[in-house]
Design a protein around this ligand. Structure first.
Ligand code: ADP
Length: 226
């Protein structure tokens, strides 16, 4: 249901070794279908915040709630299920170099145990949607930066996530290609997937609507409605 809260941070703090406070008393909510920019200078805590969402890090104090799961009482077996509801895109793409574009997108479906026919249909639909059909059999080193990021987005979408996390997705791309990737993220969002995108590229943020959560030294200093 639109407007339903899917993610909630409740007073979350994360302290790395050496007593470095990466997140400090973070409280906010994300609703279904929302587009949220996470902005702030390098070192502000953006990546750490995204990592706590996909459970690569856990809060030291406070908790986060995602689709009925609370970080303070999830079990090991819940984690794959939760991660399947989240797609992730990184600045450096993180594609498997020895797999083709097609195979990279198909991987999450194999992991989930989807049958061959359905895998093929889903992977082809994604390749088609992202304009990658002609590149299906190419390996990452044969693709441009923008194409690699489109493959990474395709992989993130394979399991139809409720939430897409993007950590500096345009960080390695030229301005024109960055806009293409932004257009794709906006299109995905319009179809109902919530997107949280961390970036320090203010040109992109200023040109686009959407809510902006501003982080500084691990604290939310502004939550600007789009
Ligand atoms: P951003 O994504 O905004 O650049 P990060 O979340 O990567 O910020 O980092 C926030 C702060 O936490 C930085 O000062 C960084 O050095 C520190 N940090 C990040 N990861 C670790 C880690 N695994 N161990 C110790 N400190 C870390």
């Amino acid at each position: 249901m639109k407007d339903e809260i899917i993610l909630r941070f409740i007073d979350v703090s994360k302290i790395y070794s050496g007593n470095w406070v990466a997140l400090s008393n973070i409280t906010f909510e994300v609703r279904q279908g929302e587009f949220l920019f996470l902005i702030g200078p390098s070192g502000a805590g953006k990546t750490t915040l995204l990592k706590t969402i996909y459970l690569a890090e856990f809060p030291d104090t406070g908790k986060l709630w995602f689709l009925g799961f609370s970080s303070d009482n999830i079990t090991e077996k819940d984690i794959p299920y939760i991660r399947r509801r989240i797609g992730i895109v990184f600045q450096d793409f993180k594609l498997l170099e020895y797999k083709t574009a097609y195979e990279n997108i198909e991987i999450p479906l194999i992991v989930r145990g989807v049958r061959r026919k359905e895998r093929r249909e889903r992977t082809m639909a994604i390749l088609c949607e992202l304009g990658l059909v002609e590149k299906a059999c190419l390996f990452p080193h044969q693709l441009s930066g923008g194409e690699k990021q489109r493959v990474a987005i395709g992989r993130a979408l394979a399991n139809s996530p409720v939430l897409l996390l993007a950590d500096e997705p345009t960080g390695n791309l030229d301005p024109v290609t960055s806009e293409e990737i932004m257009d794709i993220l906006v299109k995905i969002n319009r179809r109902g997937t919530a997107v949280i995108m961390a970036t320090h590229n203010m040109n992109i943020v200023e040109e686009r609507g959407g809510r902006k959560l501003v982080l500084e030294k691990g604290r939310i200093v502004a939550d600007i409605k789009g």
